[in-house]
Write a protein that binds this ligand. Structure first.
Ligand SMILES: [Zn+2]
Length: 100
């Protein structure tokens, strides 16, 4: 069951990416208007579980572990991953840490 869900999501992402990168302008604009809002909703839904608490820490990534020791000095992994993807830091990941 999970394999089918995984396949469907990955295929949809491949189609969107393929049209955006290789489609003609008309197809890219149509895709942008129809699919970008869904992509933004998907990213927001994934990040909703990682909202910072009142002290600015993600409890999903760090749970309650840090309450008993010291506060983490690294950002939420999901937000860092999202920022890297949105800013296309794959080419130079060093910059992702500069802005975290
Ligand atoms: Zn997190």
């Amino acid at each position: 069951m999970f394999h089918e869900l995984h396949r469907q999501v990955r295929n949809q992402l491949e189609v969107i990416s393929g049209v955006a990168e290789l489609g003609d302008d008309r197809a890219a604009v149509a895709l942008s208007r129809s699919e970008v809002p869904h992509l933004v909703s998907a990213v927001r839904a994934l990040l909703d579980a990682h909202l910072p608490d009142a002290d600015g820490y993600c409890r999903t990534c760090w749970g309650r572990r840090w309450w008993f020791h010291s506060r983490p000095n690294v950002p939420c992994r999901q937000y860092l991953t999202a920022r890297m993807a949105l800013m296309d830091f794959d080419a130079n990941p060093k910059h992702a840490l500069d802005v975290a």
